[in-house]
Design a protein around this ligand. Structure first.
Ligand code: ADP
Ligand code: MG
Length: 425
């Protein structure tokens, strides 16, 4: 017997939430829930799954219905619209973007909240992310901060929850949102409450640094949406205050930070407790290549949607010059550049390796340039000293590995350094 098919494998314990909420009436999703054609279209688009579902109860995750006005858009119109809103898509069978909220056929109570909030049209990430998410496929969504990513995953989450059987006593959440910080988790819950309240969907926030009692009580009452930071969630799982057997919609918000800043083992632990045929969605403002590699381990046949430039961190006010030179020309080119631009202002030089960093610094110093280096093999005391020399202008040239670049970018933010451009790869 699999660990998933305990109580919830008994279909008689299910009640269909849709009949209680009126969901599925004019909204259009109800028909897709029952429609076998949308399901087979979805399946034919994918290679056969090799997931070991071990007797897991099937669940519905494809709620995609294309409105007639979206269906009427020609491929050319679709491309023009994407271009105009700077939408780039990757993946197979990408649905067309939606231009208006009406095209989504969200439940009435969601539409009412959208109207109340005064939103005029979907943001770019919503316009492409919604239909993708509603198809039940995995997704990587990249768009700058403030672009409406929270609702891009929460509204499809509400649709998803509404189509699932009610929670039975002892069931954990259906939607799990992982977030790197307590502040973000709280913000997300505020949106979830606002847009999900009138559908009787309950949500709670699970984060560390506060007493567990109230959180445990919420979990035990049964909540459809849990928004959690990884550490406290693991704590709750280990103490059997909740479980992830019912999770079928998993979100990683600020996924870049989650994966890049050491949460990976915790995420792995959490994900291993969730059924493999879940829908997984990543949202982030930045998406470095290293993160993509890590991220793909947890995804299956994902869509990717990017709004704006892929390199969202680059500051467009900074002019970047790219010179491609051979290895043997590099040092001379560097010295020539320094001779041209050295005017007492500070200069940062990024290198690939720590060894290269040390070598070039030594060479520069031998040639009379006031250079010091900073990288991961230096002690904290030495790094502090080098930074203070650089800051004071006593050593106006600093070399660094690009691993140090993130830290240095942080120094720019807090005003230590004037802004620097991204290292040119
Ligand atoms: P992100 O997660 O991308 O940084 P948020 O989801 O926090 O952005 O959204 C930023 C703000 O935009 C929020 O106040 C949110 O309510 C608002 N917002 C979301 N969708 C829309 C929309 N379609 N039109 C106008 N404002 C929106
Ligand atoms: Mg956000």
């Amino acid at each position: 017997m699999s660990r998933y098919d305990s109580r919830s494998s008994d279909p008689s314990s299910y009640r269909d939430r849709r009949s209680d909420t009126g969901f599925g009436g004019s909204s259009g999703y109800g028909s897709s829930v029952r429609s076998s054609s949308s399901k087979s279209e979805h399946n034919s688009a994918e290679p056969p799954r090799k997931l070991d579902l071990d007797g897991l109860t099937p669940f519905e995750k494809n709620f995609f219905v294309e409105s007639s006005s979206v269906a009427a858009m020609s491929q050319r119109e679709v491309e023009e619209y994407r271009q105009q809103r700077e939408i780039t898509v990757e993946g197979r069978d990408v649905p067309k973007p939606v231009k208006s909220f009406r095209d989504m056929g969200f439940p009435d109570y969601v539409m009412q909240e959208i109207t109340k909030a005064g939103f005029v049209e979907p943001t770019a990430i919503q316009s492409q992310g919604w239909p993708m998410a509603l198809k039940g496929r995995d997704l990587i969504g990249i768009a700058e901060t403030g672009s409406g990513k929270t609702l891009a995953y929460l509204l499809p989450a509400i649709v998803h929850v509404n189509a699932q059987p009610f929670l039975a006593p002892g069931d954990g959440p259906i939607v799990l949102v992982l977030a790197p910080t307590r502040e973000l988790a709280v913000q997300i819950q505020q949106e979830a409450t606002k847009f999900g309240a009138s559908s009787r969907i309950k949500s709670t926030c699970i984060y560390g640094g506060v007493p567990k009692g109230p959180q445990v009580r919420d979990l035990q009452k049964g909540v459809e949406i849990v928004i959690a930071t990884p550490g406290r969630l693991i704590d709750m799982l280990e103490s059997h205050n909740t479980n992830l057997r019912r999770v079928t919609y998993l979100v990683l918000d600020e996924a870049d930070r989650m994966l890049d800043m050491g949460f990976e083992p915790q995420i792995r632990k959490i994900v291993s407790q969730i059924r493999p045929d879940r829908q997984t969605l990543y949202w982030s403002a930045t998406w470095p290549k290293e993160v993509e590699q890590l991220a793909r381990q947890f995804l299956y046949n994902p869509y990717k949607v990017i709004i704006g430039s892929q390199d969202l961190k680059a500051n467009h006010a900074i002019r970047q010059h790219v010179d491609i030179v051979s290895e043997s020309q590099k040092y001379n080119k560097l010295v020539k550049l320094l001779e041209d631009i050295m005017d007492g202002s500070r200069i940062l030089i990024f290198m690939d390796t720590k060894k290269g960093c040390d070598q070039i610094t030594r060479q520069l110093r031998m040639d009379g340039w006031p250079a010091l280096s900073i990288h991961g093999d230096k002690s904290q005391a030495e790094r502090d000293w080098v930074l203070s020399e650089f800051k004071a202008g006593k050593s106006p040239i600093m070399t660094a590995t690009d691993v140090a670049a993130r830290g240095l970018a942080f120094l720019c933010l807090i005003g230590w350094l004037p802004h620097i451009s991204q290292p040119v790869q």
